[in-house]
Design a protein around this ligand. Structure first.
Ligand code: CU
Length: 120
């Protein structure tokens, strides 16, 4: 009987090495960022939202004292209205800087409602 000699190549164990990518200091792209924004006394609070490009920005907007809206022009084309004491939640992908404002006309002072979306 001829012995079959099997040269067994050692199978490299392709272990999925723990990512040797350094510290994950930067948030992953497309992170979901949640914000609660109120509209009260003709002002947004906070009036500045800062996110990273491509983040999914989830906003819960509450109109506190009277109906207000959260609008953004440009690529966002957002127009979200909330009645007194009510909230609306919506989300969008951050693509660039924008101003948000209230478009309601029940009171002239709504024109003073301005906020900034800052995308880094
Ligand atoms: Cu308003």
């Amino acid at each position: 009987m001829t012995k079959t000699f099997l040269g067994i190549a050692s199978v490299a164990c392709v272990a999925v090495a723990a990512a040797v990518l350094g510290t994950p200091s930067e948030a992953a792209q497309g992170a979901v960022r949640e914000f609660t924004v109120s509209g009260d006394q003709f002002a947004f609070s906070p009036a500045r939202i800062e996110v990273q490009k491509d983040d999914i920005v989830k906003v819960t907007f509450t109109a506190v004292d009277m109906p207000h809206s959260f609008n953004m022009d440009g690529p966002y084309r957002l127009a979200k209205r909330a009645g007194t004491g009510q909230s609306v939640t919506f989300e969008f992908r951050a693509t660039g800087n924008a101003t948000f404002y209230c478009s309601l006309t029940q009171d002239e002072r709504c024109k003073n409602m301005r906020g900034e979306l800052v995308v880094k």
